[in-house]
Design a protein around this ligand. Structure first.
Ligand SMILES: CC(C)(COP(=O)(O)OP(=O)(O)OC[C@H]1O[C@@H](n2cnc3c(N)ncnc32)[C@H](O)[C@@H]1OP(=O)(O)O)[C@@H](O)C(=O)NCCC(=O)NCCS
Length: 197
């Protein structure tokens, strides 16, 4: 297992305590959180960050903290998280490993989510030897679906209602995207990726 994943512009790495304050700002930003049921308090945000940290410590993978190699661009090089997680057991498609992302607003529109997600997928299929990876989000979260499509995932056309939300909630209906190993191999052949550090 590797400790740091390197891409052209990013590191996917273990969380540092100094990331937590920026993560809490992201989780309190209405634009970042527009497709989540509510904004998160600093306490809840810190709990999530610590859980991500612990899972990476325990397993060697998870929702990695993403940082810019060129730290001069931002006041802190932490820009959010991208990574892999065991899907909650109450999901109809569990057991499965999901890929997900959440970046600071000021870092959208630069291809960072896609770049990090490609590296996370490579980890999933090479280091973890998975057969497939899923991703899901609210039907109305088109920006996230575009990332899924950019990394070669396809819509399973199997929408579902998130078990944690009432069926009439604006975010309840979710899309389920998936990529299999052969699909990933084809996508990589079209766009080769860098190796791990
Ligand atoms: C979902 C999210 C990660 C997508 O971020 P993003 O920056 O739009 O996605 P990408 O990294 O793929 O960037 C693509 C954009 O960067 C642009 N771009 C600029 N430079 C680029 C480069 N060097 N390489 C690739 N794309 C580049 C692309 O043209 C595209 O622009 P567009 O949005 O105007 O079409 C972000 O919106 C987010 O954090 N949202 C909140 C959290 C969330 O909803 N998470 C998902 C919940 S399941």
């Amino acid at each position: 297992m590797t400790n740091v994943i390197e891409t052209d512009r990013l590191y996917l790495r273990q969380w540092q305590t100094s990331d937590f304050v920026i993560f809490a700002e992201m989780n309190a930003d209405p634009e970042v959180m527009q497709y989540f049921p509510k904004l998160l308090s600093t306490t809840v945000s810190n709990t999530i960050a610590k859980k991500c940290q612990q899972l990476i410590e325990d397993n060697g993978w998870g929702f990695w903290a993403v940082s810019l190699k060129d730290s001069s661009k931002k006041r802190n090089n932490f820009i959010g998280f991208v990574g892999l997680n065991d899907t909650h057991a109450n999901m109809s498609f569990a057991p499965a490993v999901e890929i997900a992302w959440r970046l600071r607003k000021e870092c959208w529109g630069q291809g960072y989510a896609t770049e990090a997600a490609r590296a996370a997928l490579q980890f999933a299929f090479t280091e973890l030897a998975l057969d497939d990876v899923v991703s899901f989000t609210a039907v109305i979260n088109k920006r996230s679906q575009l990332v899924m499509e950019r990394i070669g995932m396809t819509d399973s056309q199997d929408n579902f209602y998130h078990p944690a939300l009432n069926a009439d909630h604006r975010l309840a209906e979710h899309v389920l995207y998936k990529i299999t190993r052969p699909q990933w191999q084809k996508a990589v052949a079209l766009k080769p990726m860098r190796s791990f550090k």
